[in-house]
Design a protein around this ligand. Structure first.
Ligand SMILES: [Zn+2]
Length: 388
């Protein structure tokens, strides 16, 4: 296999040239290569490094597994760039990938705390029951088929990192697929990516619950191509029960943009909106916080000290996640709300400060440049937009 030498963060690695695997439209097409390396995920991997560093400091050392490793870039970078890694298992079923992983381990001079293996991801996770405190599921597509084995491999306290690239089903473009894969009804609205992330978290929590593991989100972000979620796991049936109380449904009126939440797995859902419109529903999904502000600030602090190429993008993304962390589920689109009162959209900053002056939570959201998050009722929002 022909390879080239690349560097990401402080880690050097051999990979088949990603420029060779492109669709006719010029996009990187991982499906065209036998050995997986996606250059567009650098931002995501940089953030993962800092998350892992914060986790390593919290847990007093890391026992890591990258079970769907491709060329091994995630695992290699954890082992090479995070301090306190006691063990790092890098696995890919493909023998070509396995050969590259071994070469890349040697290339970075990594010691014998780093192991390579080449078996099915679910097999390697089940063989290591309770052995890892940081498991990074980074599949091509949905992490759903690996969640059960990943939960069984987690120790009493551990972090589960998930990537999902099946954003179309999760965001409501393919609702039947979402229902089959995640047991949840999605909803195509301006907040559909956030709803998708909440569906993914809720699903992971139900799988965690089978293992008596409570999985609390500490950071979640979305881009056009993928969702990324970090869940802090704690072995406690009681805590897992408590998390279920924050599972429920989001109901949404298309006519007046009103939305309500109903906690519980079988709640009574509202049918008719005050405006006379009908509510549509998404759920069951996670209604609690997507991001833990204090944790995210620690991650930002770690990132600040690193010299990543994309550092400024990464920090501004995380600052926005922290800013919106304490807001309610779902956000509004400024253009859509302004359209409702037949006004051209006012400046975002003016709307946000006006909402805050009235005593409401208000922030921008990383999910959309034209989105704002607030706990103000829609009637109040419309008044403010009219006046702005
Ligand atoms: Zn309505």
């Amino acid at each position: 296999m022909k390879t080239i030498l690349l560097t990401e963060g402080k880690t050097r690695f051999e990979t088949p040239d990603p420029a060779k695997f492109r669709t006719s439209a010029g996009d990187y097409a991982p499906s065209l290569t036998k050995v997986f390396y996606n250059p567009h995920m650098e931002l995501c991997r940089d953030i993962s490094i800092s998350v892992a560093q914060v986790a390593s400091d919290t847990f007093n050392g890391l026992y890591l597994c990258d079970p769907l490793a491709g060329i091994g870039i995630r695992g290699l970078r954890y082992a090479n760039e995070v301090t306190g890694v006691a063990r790092c298992l890098i696995n890919d079923r493909s023998t070509e990938a396995f050969e590259l992983i071994k070469r890349n381990i040697a290339l970075n001079g990594l010691d014998n705390s780093v192991e390579a293996s080449s078996v099915d991801a679910n097999v390697i996770l089940r063989e290591n029951r309770g052995k890892f405190n940081f498991v990074d599921l980074d599949p091509f597509g949905s992490p759903a088929p690996f969640l059960d084995a990943a939960c069984s491999s987690l120790s009493r306290r551990g972090m589960l990192a998930l990537t999902a690239t099946d954003t179309a089903p999760l965001s409501g473009t393919y609702p039947k697929t979402c229902l089959r894969r995640y047991g949840t009804k999605p909803l195509k609205t301006e907040s559909c990516h956030e709803i998708g992330i909440r569906i993914l978290i809720g699903f992971a929590q139900r799988i965690g619950g089978i293992h008596e593991i409570a999985l609390s989100p500490v950071l979640a972000h979305a881009t056009q191509h993928y969702f990324r979620v970090y869940l802090l796991g704690q072995r406690s049936a009681q805590r897992a029960d408590e998390l279920l109380k924050e599972t429920g449904y989001i109901s949404y009126c298309n006519e007046c943009l009103r939305r309500t939440t109903s906690p519980g797995l079988i709640p009574e859902l509202p049918r008719e909106c005050e405006c006379g419109g009908k509510f549509s529903h998404a759920g069951p999904l996670w209604l609690g916080k997507l991001t833990n502000k204090a944790f995210t600030q620690q991650v930002i602090q770690d990132l600040t000290a690193r010299d990543f190429r994309l550092k400024h993008h990464e920090i501004s993304l995380l600052l926005r996640c922290a800013e919106e962390a304490d807001g309610p589920p779902t956000f509004y689109d400024l253009n859509e709300v302004a359209g409702l009162v037949k006004k051209s959209p006012p400046k975002m900053d003016r709307v946000i400060s006006a909402l805050r002056e009235c005593g409401y939570f208000a922030s921008r959201t990383h999910f959309s440049p034209t989105g704002f998050r607030t706990d103000a009722p829609i009637t109040e929002i419309l008044k403010i937009i009219k006046g702005a």
